[in-house]
Design a protein around this ligand. Structure first.
Ligand code: NAD
Ligand code: UD1
Length: 321
């Protein structure tokens, strides 16, 4: 049994990590300021986790949260490209100042290893596909700059203070518990819930924009592997976490419509500011060095995800009767 601190524990990825670690018998503490997270994501965990509603930038809160922890899975952030374009200062404060506050507390508490939710947005719009870790970064949006700067901070804390740091560059993670109720929600969550409500989703651009859509279970397994990997292999390093396959927004739309039996044709809008055009991961480093393998692929992941949103809707409707 190990002791884990999960930041952003009420969010999509953080809460899924929490459920997995609790099921495996680990001790889990979590912090979240509930800015985009939802306590419903933690239902069923009750007093099996030590949940604290606190902001990453709260120095005393982070000192107390890090006390006695062996691993930190750092997921907390304002996780949206367009939100950062609209309001760069707020996302800078949460993402960058918050991460620095956490790192100082983790260093002082003697935490063994921190695994960081980095982002493939660091690669920007370079034409080379797939993206591999040796490519120079080219962040396009304020969000991408913040996520990349945090990677550098983690590496600096490893080199300067010996705090073991692993950066996992996630490529578009989706699945159950991803919020669907905000204009900043991920595209699969938005398309699914719009179609379920009988509304036609809007594709920003021509629909040929593509992403390496990665089911949540793959990201969870990458975090667990990154905690267990020998320090000589993992620490101070960056690993892509994706599937090695990409799909266009037109394909995503058609696949979700087919699972739900939705017949409306997409509405096409303007491309979104700060967006990158294509994103595809070279996962050979994570495969070789962390023993990471994407276990759930696109069609299967999409079916599980759509089934989850449908069942949540049915539960809410039954509760309202
Ligand atoms: P999410 O919004 O569901 O979860 C983020 C959580 O962090 C939320 O619960 C939110 O309330 C909390 N939070 C935000 N700012 C905070 C702060 N200052 N103090 C405390 N808590 C705060 O997002 P997610 O999709 O689960 O993303 C988790 C992490 O993964 C983020 O760091 C994001 O940048 C990164 N990431 C996500 C994806 C993806 O496709 N979902 C891809 C690449 C990287
Ligand atoms: C996502 C993550 C981000 C992460 C990045 C890494 C979310 C909310 N964002 O950003 O945290 O760092 O992957 O790869 O999970 N789109 C539409 N219609 C919509 C919504 C979106 O066409 O209603 C388009 C967008 O313009 C974009 C694509 O879908 O081209 C993906 O958008 P989104 O799901 O917001 O993710 P990213 O911006 O790629």
């Amino acid at each position: 049994m190990s002791r884990y601190l999960i930041t952003g524990i009420a969010g999509f990825i953080g809460s899924t990590l929490a459920h997995t670690l609790v099921e495996q018998g680990h001790e889990v503490r979590g912090i979240d300021n509930l800015s985009t997270g939802n306590l419903d994501n933690l239902s069923g965990l009750g007093n099996r986790i030590d949940f604290r509603q606190v902001d990453l930038q709260d120095v005393a809160g982070m000192q107390s949260a890090c006390e006695g922890m062996e691993f930190i899975l750092h997921q907390a952030a304002l996780a949206s490209v367009p939100r950062s374009v609209k309001d760069p200062l707020s996302s800078h404060q949460s993402n960058l100042n918050g991460t620095l506050t956490l790192l100082i507390a983790a260093r002082d508490a003697g935490v063994r290893r921190i695994v960081y939710a980095a982002s493939s947005s660091a690669y920007g719009d370079q034409p080379t596909q797939p993206k591999h870790e040796e490519m120079p970064p080219l962040p396009l949006s304020p969000y991408a700059v913040q996520k990349l700067a945090c990677e550098y901070y983690l590496q600096a804390f490893y080199r300067s203070y010996g705090l073991e740091a692993v950066c996992l560059r996630y490529f578009n993670i989706y699945g159950p518990r991803q919020a669907a109720d905000s204009p900043y929600s991920g595209v699969i969550a938005k398309f699914t819930t719009s179609m379920m409500a009988g509304e036609t989703p809007t594709i920003f651009g021509d629909g040929m924009t593509s992403r390496d859509f990665t089911y949540i279970d793959n990201a969870v397994s990458a975090n667990l592997l990154a905690c267990q990997a020998p320090s000589s292999v993992a620490t101070g390093r960056v690993f892509n976490i994706g599937t090695g396959e990409s799909h266009t927004l037109n394909e995503v739309y058609a696949a979700i419509a087919s699972v739900l039996g939705f017949s409306g044709k997409p509405i096409y809008g303007f491309p979104r500011a700060g967006d990158i055009r294509h994103s595809l991961a070279d996962i050979s480093r994570a495969t070789k060095e962390l023993d990471y393998q994407p276990m759930v692929h696109f069609r299967n992941g999409l079916q599980k995800t759509v089934a989850w949103y449908v069942s949540e809707k049915e539960k809410k409707e039954a509760a309202a009767l």
